[in-house]
Design a protein. Structure first.
Length: 291
């Protein structure tokens, strides 16, 4: 078994560095202040807030994997004073025009406007308050869909308390594993946090053992070809499936990876030679894990 201190060192290594954290902070405050000061847009702006992995403290450092660059992604949400009859496409177009005044708008996504900054990307997401949470625009479906990023923040903090402070580090470990082995494919982000909450042991202090048990639990719950993609409940929205955007092909490949690495992680945990255990764990977590 590899000593737990190796995983603790690894977790410190995959944290976003202070330069990236400072850039993320400066970027989201700049954008929010810009929207608040805009002579027209500010009239429709009820409030703005930060959410996503940076707000939940589950973000990992930027990296390059297989030719793909993974830049930090900060989510800024803006609650607007519109009714649900408003056209989602029009709202996103208006937001893009306002942001183009001062920022390098890379593209308009399905539900947000992406700004490219020197070190980070920022997704600016419009919302309408819905009584129980918010609704988010979908320009492809031309609909408003229920969500609640503020509740996601609260839920993640509650999980971290239940795991005695080990939930968020474990999520980062799992996110890094997915990135180095699975690139930009789904599942990712908040879906991994929910999988962690459902399948990782909350009382295991050794991160390697907790990770090995997580993989084994996922493999047991969803394994055995042909795989059936499960429905994973969104803790903020009754009836919503957090895996709905994951294709059958991506889920099959993800489960193949889970099944393979569950065996490797268990072998590493049961190996008495730390050098051999390190080699096995590097097959799972990549070359940044080191002595």
């Amino acid at each position: 078994m590899l000593a737990n201190i190796r995983f603790e060192e690894f977790l410190r290594d995959i944290e976003p560095n202070q330069r990236v954290i400072r850039s993320a902070s400066e970027a989201h405050y700049s954008i929010r202040n810009h929207l608040r000061a805009h002579p027209d847009f500010s009239k429709r702006l009820n409030r703005d807030f930060l959410a996503g992995s940076y707000s939940r403290h589950t973000a990992i450092r930027p990296s390059s994997v297989g030719g793909d660059q993974f830049r930090p992604d900060v989510d800024v949400y803006v609650e607007l004073a519109y009714g649900f009859s408003a056209d989602p496409r029009d709202i996103l177009k208006k937001l893009r025009r306002v942001l183009q005044d001062d920022y390098n708008v890379e593209r308009m996504n399905r539900r947000s406007v992406r700004i490219r900054m020197p070190l980070i990307d920022v997704d600016v997401v419009p919302l309408i308050h819905s009584g129980h949470g918010f609704k988010i625009p979908d320009r492809r479906d031309e609909e408003w869909w229920q969500t609640d990023p503020l509740f996601h923040n609260e839920w993640s903090a509650a999980m971290n308390a239940e795991f005695q402070g080990r939930f968020k580090p474990l999520v980062k470990l799992i996110k890094w594993w997915r990135r180095v082995n699975f690139g930009s494919r789904r599942p990712k982000g908040f879906a991994l946090e929910i999988l962690t909450a459902e399948h990782a042991p909350f009382d295991e202090y050794h991160y390697g053992e907790a990770f090995a048990q997580f993989l084994a639990s996922v493999a047991k719950a969803y394994g055995g070809r042909p795989y059936q993609r499960p429905k994973l409940a969104d803790p903020a929205v009754r009836g919503a499936d957090i895996l709905s955007k994951v294709s059958r092909a991506d889920w099959n490949d993800f489960m193949d990876l889970v099944t393979k690495h569950a065996r490797t992680a268990r072998e590493a945990q049961e190996n008495d030679d730390e050098g051999l255990a390190m080699q096995l764990w590097r097959q799972v977590l990549g070359p940044r894990l080191r002595w």
